[in-house]
Design a protein. Sequence first.
Length: 482
Amino acid sequence: MLYMPDIEMNKKTFGEYLRHPVFRVISEIVDERGQQAFVIGGFVRDLLLGRPSKDIDVVVVGSGIELAEAVSSRFRGSKLSVFKSFGTAMVKIRDVEVEFVGARRESYRRESRKPIVEDGSLEDDQNRRDFTINALALSLSAQNYGALVDPFNGLDDLHNGIIRTPLEPEITFSDDPLRMMRAIRFATQLNFTIEQKTFDGIAATVERIKIISQERICDELNKIMMSAEPSLGFKIMDKAGLLPFILPELSAMKGVERVGGRGHKDNFYHTMQVLDAVAQTSDNLWLRWAALFHDIGKPRTKRFDEKTGWTFYNHNFVGAKMLPDIFKRLKLPLNENLKYVVKLVGLHMRPIVLSEDVVTDSAVRRLLFEAGDDIEDLMLLCEADITSRNEEKVQRYLRNFKIVRRKLKEIEEKDHIRNFQPPVTGEMIMQVFDLQPSPVVGQLKNAIKDAILDGVIHNDYDEAYAFMLQRAAELGLKPGNK
Ligand code: CTP
């Protein structure tokens, strides 16, 4: 059962919670006009859950645009936007946005999300909504201000944490297949359960997700990712059979293969654990995506070897390479966020490998150089990645990670490698030796970088310059030499 701050759930009227002055103004206007209006949908749901919301939806039995115009004229400084073709209008009053729409009836055609819309009653309007908890309406008429209109017992569902469609689930989901994703997103965000028939409706409709634009699916995925326990959403998608349509690469990670009694861990469930562990320590959306994708290369690299058992060699690099296509398909941004996820996925084995060996300064410097400012996020990902059931093993890894972290700190303080730019640049090399851009310039530059990372010289201009002269001499180059 949910905790609903200062809301008494057996009440049927909630006028005292409709405190924003806009509600009273709407009430006066509709009463003068002999109309009925209701605040409805997500705002009511969130109000009753004690989640503050600034998006208010108002349904009027009549013209939404006319009501919006009248309301806007009563608030100085408000901003009115009219969307004529949708028959809706929005009034922005300081920090709240109120959307006005006439009550409508909708009928859908199979091939499209776009319904045929006609004027209707409040009941028609509630019928067309996705879930019982999203169909709750509060009256704005003066005589029953705040009265709950709840034909589908949405209040009970809200109370008991249940996602349920108002109509036959297959109708609701087929009308608008995005609602499958919304059901799963609400279940994840609110930690609600999808009622069995509603769940079966999703399972029976999964193919229809194909008509939904990837941008909308992506919005829902990001909301799932930002929930407290994002794995819930992916597990429901999997169970309902939706996951192969959205992220087949993740579906491919499911299952355990055995050869001669030797199995590997189920990489899907492992990933779910890592994702939740990262979500507990960070609200960085892109670190969470990195956690979801960190082992995405495993199915493609899986091999069985008589001696070593199951291996996933280079799965980190293979996974990192898969990401640009996945991001493109999912309509995730192809900017520095992709770069960051690629980097973390590519590097995610490094701290583990490092911690299994003697932690040398040179290996730590190289890791710092490659991870740069993302080193802390990489360490969080790697710590979350230790999900063994063998507690002793987990403790050993975590102890080793502590050593790695200490070394990272020491070496960064000493050598400032994190945002390291080699003190001698390619341009300088070309100038000193009078060279055109050529492979030898890169060779010298890399030799200097390696010497610093390996601790042969310090991260210092004079030492790097002297090193460059020495290495160049070995290659037969002299300053000013043509
Ligand atoms: N709605 C619907 N089907 C959809 C989208 C929305 O029936 N595919 C209805 C629901 O009644 C919903 C309302 O429109 O409550 C407002 O939708 P929206 O603002 O998109 O979502 P909210 O429910 O307010 O939730 P959130 O802001 O978390 O997306």
